[in-house]
Design a protein around this ligand. Sequence first.
Ligand code: GFB
Length: 313
Amino acid sequence: MTYSLAGKRVWVAGHRGMVGSAIVRRLAQEDCEVLTAARDELDLTDQRAVLGWMHNQRPQAVFLAAARVGGILANDSRPVEFLRDNLLIETAVLTGAESVGVEKLLFLGSSCIYPKHAEQPIREEALLTGSLEPTNEWYAIAKIAGIKLAEAYRREYGCDFISAMPTNLYGPGDNFDLNASHVMPALIRKVHEAKLAGGAVTVWGTGTPRREFLYVDDCADACLHLMQHYSDAPHINVGSGSDISIMELTRLVMEVLDYDGPVVTDSAKPDGAPRKLMDSARLAALGWQPKTALRDGIALAYQAFLAGEGRGL
Ligand code: GFB
């Protein structure tokens, strides 16, 4: 154990989001005090406000899960928000963390930081070795800047800031707004609605790209594992180790939701990266493995959707 959370004041920035709420759920198993700040209480893009809040609340550990996030269409159509707001959030929180002497901070990025045509499975060393996927380069550059800022604070101020790069996540609290969501919640909603109304399930693009998926509660568990057992500059991939084509995923979601209607593709929508399977061997070497199989995770995500646990419904 390199860092214990026992008895600590732990801030989950972005606690209402899918990842943040999963981290709050996981922290309930730890003996620590969880700090949160509602959006209307603290604007994370306002550096002065964040500094003031952190000086008042004095967190000892921070999970930075707050970010402007979205699927391929949202990223492609709102570049300013995805680049500017994510840069503002990470700068404010990391600067505040150094200022108040936070003992340990974990910064959450995304697998889209890697080059579009990176060798698969993608190792952490692939970062900045090639051009990015155009549909999410704005978000990717913001997240790469966050990794580098965490590294800079470690190097110049000795801050114990680490970075985790999760793959495509899904689960309770996801965004089901079809214009902003990622593919998994979109397919769950589309299949559910096709089942109720009949008709075809529309898949964006060609359905041939492959994606790796990790259930969000597994990601939260991995974040705590890294917080407790990892302390170094390089970012760490957090993946499930296997991928699936979007068309195969569509069939799997239809199986889990018990719907066997027609599937059509919408070639007017982008495919994005052809593949984004990560090599998570470093995380495995630290003693962590995911627990939730894809089929089981989809069933749990569907239950959460039916229970209204999500946004954009
Ligand atoms: O999940 P997704 O939006 O994001 O799209 P990315 C994954 C693949 O699913 C793409 C296809 O090839 C989409 O064309 N797809 C099929 C759909 N049907 C749908 C649909 O109804 N909705 C959506 N959204 N996709 C994201 C980045 O890239 O990965 C984010 O944009 C973040 O910034 C996230 O990094 C992890 O996997 O392509």
